[in-house]
Design a protein around this ligand. Structure first.
Ligand SMILES: C[S@@+](CC[C@H](N)C(=O)[O-])C[C@H]1O[C@@H](n2cnc3c(N)ncnc32)[C@H](O)[C@@H]1O
Length: 260
């Protein structure tokens, strides 16, 4: 059945990703990719070599996996970021399959041993059921026994470190001001981002559905993931008061479970 055309949503604004690129994807952050991938592989114990980097952005994790001998698909909706990913892969001399697609629409049945959703690439949709669609796509795209690792900022950690305003300035003087608001009974965070460059201000809105550790685990289990484990960082620390991230690892069951 043909899907109805969607109305533009906040993340469809390519100017947002271009203007915020130096802040979200600072070189020193990109440089940590290989170390993080190594730890993610240790946490998941992945055996096979087919990987999907969902919402790959400029491809830092796709490239790190390809350098470790994985056959990698990188999926993202933003052409500007995929162009960056292609250029970075050329420099690294690795092959990655890059696909421009919305995460709600990408499914490749039982094609992957390992799927990652890194650095807060989840919870973007007004309707929470669409987050569940993404999880169903991921489960369907995993081979039996394959692992999914998701990394974002949990509701508990946000409550601990929340600030009404945050500012960051680059060496060239460009400044990013972030002004977050928790809305809808702690179910969503809506952040005004103002980028000020050479005296000109551009405003954007970044929105995310919030999940506690338990809500994420429940949503993953309801989707059909088994053996769901939560961590507070990629080193595998427990998801407790000192968590800096909310990381969940779930697996596709080896045999399909009958729901009769
Ligand atoms: C915070 S960035 C993280 C990028 C990458 N995972 C990383 O860690 O470098 C979020 C990414 O999600 C992508 N994205 C946003 N909405 C999307 C959607 N509906 N479908 C696919 N990709 C999406 C953006 O283009 C962006 O690359």
């Amino acid at each position: 059945m043909k899907r109805l055309k969607r109305s533009p949503e906040w993340f469809d604004d390519d100017v947002f990703w271009r203007e915020t690129f130096p802040f979200i994807f600072a070189e020193k952050r990109l440089a940590l990719a290989d170390e993080i991938v190594g730890k993610a592989l240790t946490l998941t114990g992945v055996k096979g070599k087919a990987a999907l980097d969902l919402c790959c952005g400029p491809g830092r994790f796709s490239i790190a996996l390809a350098e470790r001998g994985f056959s990698v698909t990188g999926v993202d909706r933003t052409k500007y970021l995929l162009d960056k990913a292609r250029a970075r892969a050329r420099t690294a001399q690795v092959n990655v399959e890059w696909i421009q697609k919305d995460m709600r629409d990408f499914v490749r049945r039982e094609a992957y041993d390992f799927i990652l959703s890194m650095f807060s690439s989840f919870g973007y949709f007004d309707v929470r059921e669409e987050d569940a669609v993404v999880l169903r796509n991921i489960l369907e795209s995993l081979r039996p026994g394959g692992a999914f690792l998701i990394d974002f900022f949990g509701k508990e950690t946000l409550a601990k470190v929340f600030q009404n305003a945050l500012a960051d300035t680059l060496p060239d003087g460009t400044t990013l001001l972030q002004q977050p608001k928790v809305v809808d009974d702690w179910s969503r965070i809506v952040t005004d981002w103002t980028v000020i460059r050479k005296g000109r201000a551009r405003k954007f809105t970044f929105q995310l559905n919030l999940y506690s550790g338990q809500e994420l685990r429940q949503t993953m289990e309801n989707t059909g993931f088994t053996d769901v484990k939560l961590y507070g960082n990629v080193d595998g620390q427990p998801y407790g008061v000192d968590a800096t991230r909310l990381i969940a690892v779930g697996r596709k069951p080896n045999q399909s479970v009958s729901r009769d």
